[in-house]
Every structure is written in structure tokens, then in C-alpha cells.
Design a protein around this ligand. Structure first.
Ligand SMILES: C[S@@+](CC[C@H](N)C(=O)[O-])C[C@H]1O[C@@H](n2cnc3c(N)ncnc32)[C@H](O)[C@@H]1O
Length: 188
């Protein structure tokens, strides 16, 4: 069994939805949007994906780059990229965006989703996990963006929703709110 690089470098385990998605999504070209220190990128790399890992945090990217260099990994490329630009320049089989969209300016989210969709190959997948603000669980955090009920599924009309829920979850600080969780496959 391959060495657990997340554990070796003191990173949290990959997001549970990334781990679950890997039961469904075959390895290919992956984009990790908002990669932070690289917990998901390293996991995807170990599953056989060729990963572009983007973030605006230079320190986080530096941390991931240093792991990639130390381990001699040539299948993970950390890159500075502002997601809100919505100007992806390559196509992917899998785009993962876990707990990141809520940090994007709300006026840019439609463009970001459209860009992700456009740059996903037919048969490829998007994974999104994002905070919601609902009447029963008002979002207690001051995020620039949160999804409303049904908003994420509506944005993926025409895609196959392999997994979709808006379940209540708990943040690290104990805050309870709903999260839109979606694994969707581009069918045409
Ligand atoms: C809560 S962390 C989530 C990290 C990772 N996706 C995960 O599941 O562990 C959110 C990340 O999004 C990044 N981020 C926030 N706004 C961004 C933007 N406009 N463009 C790129 N990355 C951004 C932050 O720097 C941070 O690393």
C-alpha cells in the first residue's frame, strides 16, 4: 500500500467527498480548486490522477510545492490562480471544489460554475461542497457566498446528478449549517 503522504506531512485526510468520488470517477486529468495545503491534490495524485492544484494563497501553494518536490511527484502541479477569474485554460475529467466556493464573490459564482462546466470533458465530473444559507439553518458565518435551496442542482441542469444532498453539517468551529454536496457527470 502506498505511503499516506497527508499523514507524513501533517495534513488532514482528504475531504470525505473526494474519497467517495474516487469510488466512481476513473483517474484522469483533475483540477483541485482551492487546494490549500494540498490534502485533496495529494490524495488524487496517489489515486492516479494528474492534478492541477490552484489557490490564491502563496503560502499554501508553497507548502504543496515543497511536498511535491521532496517526493519527486511529477503528476501534481500547484498553480496560483484566482477562481473568480473564471478563465480556466484546459479541460479536465474531474474538477473538485470542496468548501471553497463560499469564499468567492457572489457576483462571480455563476461565471465560475459555467467555466467549470465548459472545461469538463464529456463523461467527466464536477464535485462541489459549499455552505448554504436556508430558512431552517441560516448560515452563521459571514461568507461572501452561500447557496440557497435547490440552487446548485438547478445550475447543473442537464448533468447527471450522481450524488446530491443539502444535508446539515458541522464546521470545525461547531457551527451547524446546510451544505450543498454534489457529484455531477457531464453527459453531453
Ligand atoms: C477552506 S479551504 C478548502 C481547501 C480544500 N478545498 C479542502 O477541501 O481542504 C478554502 C481554500 O480556498 C482558497 N481560496 C479562497 N478564495 C480563492 C480564490 N478566489 N481563488 C482560489 N482559491 C481561493 C483559500 O486560499 C483556501 O485555501
Amino acid at each position: 500500500m502506498a505511503e499516506d503522504l497527508n499523514q507524513k506531512y501533517g495534513l488532514n485526510a482528504a475531504h470525505s467527498e473526494v474519497v467517495s468520488a474516487c469510488q466512481v470517477v476513473n483517474p484522469g486529468d483533475a483540477l483541485d480548486m482551492g487546494c490549500s495545503g494540498g490534502r485533496n491534490a495529494l490524495y488524487l495524485g496517489q489515486q492516479g490522477f494528474v492534478v492541477t492544484a490552484v489557490d490564491v494563497n502563496a503560502n499554501a501553494l508553497g507548502q504543496l510545492q515543497s511536498i511535491v518536490s521532496q517526493e519527486g511527484i511529477d503528476t501534481i502541479t500547484p498553480r496560483m490562480y484566482d477562481i473568480s477569474d473564471a478563465t480556466l485554460d484546459a479541460d479536465y475529467d474531474f474538477i473538485a471544489c470542496t468548501v471553497t466556493l463560499m469564499f468567492i464573490d457572489s457576483s462571480r459564482v455563476d461565471a465560475v460554475l459555467a467555466d467549470m462546466q465548459q472545461h469538463t470533458r464529456v463523461g467527466g465530473y464536477n464535485l462541489i461542497v459549499c455552505a448554504m444559507d436556508t430558512a431552517d439553518y441560516p448560515c452563521p458565518m459571514n461568507f461572501p457566498f452561500t447557496f440557497g435551496p435547490g440552487q446548485l442542482s438547478a445550475a447543473y441542469k442537464g448533468w447527471e446528478l450522481v450524488k446530491y444532498n443539502e444535508d446539515v453539517g458541522t464546521m470545525h468551529n461547531g457551527a451547524r449549517l446546510r451544505f450543498a454536496t454534489m457529484l455531477a457527470r457531464k453527459t453531453a
